[in-house]
Design a protein around this ligand. Sequence first.
Ligand code: SF4
Length: 144
Amino acid sequence: MSRIGILTCSNVTQDLGCSSINCLADFKKRGGEFEVYSNDEDLTLVGIINCPGCPTLTGPDKLIKRIRALTEFQVDAIHFTYCIKVLCPFKEKYKSALEQTFPDIKIVVGTHKSALTPEAFREKIKGLFNQEQKTMVDVILKKA
Ligand code: SF4
């Protein structure tokens, strides 16, 4: 039996509204990076938490505190989502910091598989972030 936690990217969950639906689908089907777990093995999803946001000056310290939401509950492995794998410039630093801090927990980079190439996926996400979006500024200036 393996107990799994999932770390998601805040940019994707908070700003772009991803509910981790593809990660959960492959978790259930043992697809993507979950293929390593055999179908006979019980797989428990302990929890999902988003990263604390891009780290600026704090480095991985904020993440190490935040990931306690998973590490305190006997996880065997923490999977970084596909979005982190393809989009996050800090993933290697995060992985090393977590491996050093929690040597008994396996850190896996990836969750679901994708029909898109990483490059195509990145372009799509970039397109979403670059959409024109009205804000409160537009309301205040009576442009919305
Ligand atoms: S640090 Fe990485 S995972 Fe977290 S919000 Fe930034 S890009 Fe996403």
